[in-house]
Design a protein around this ligand. Sequence first.
Ligand SMILES: [Zn+2]
Length: 172
Amino acid sequence: MKRPILIHPDPRLKKVCAPVADISDDLRKLADDMLETMYDAPGIGLAAPQVGVLERLIVLDCVKEEGEPPKPTVMFNPEIVSASEETNTYEEGCLSIPEQFAEVTRPKEVEVSWIDRDGKLQKQGFDGLWATCVQHEIDHLNGKLFIDYLGAMKRQMITRKMQKLKREKARM
Ligand SMILES: [Zn+2]
């Protein structure tokens, strides 16, 4: 089931989310709903607070090559274990900040630990787009958006555009 995606500014997008205690069927269903919502958008990552659930859960799939099989990835309680000194700059966007993009510099490689949908602890290194995406999504769990990396002027400009977009949507 697809879920509505919250649009910035929304107080729920600024909250620090609570760790997941154990992986229940309800949480697995939420993860499936989030994957469906993400693929439909379409996007390459989605965090639970973006659908109004303040728990530490993210989903991602950064496979871009045509013909390559999809790689739906579900992470409960994801944590960055280590990050490279070398950085990478990507033009980022966010499903909660539609049609706005800006360059953000982050560590090029990160090692992440998480609990998978079967409740097993996983640990894996990521680089390239996967590394940027997983950092962007974990930021969401700490109430941080990619526009928080930008200067105040640019951030305010984007926020005003989003407020206008929300007003227009509310009138429809
Ligand atoms: Zn985002």
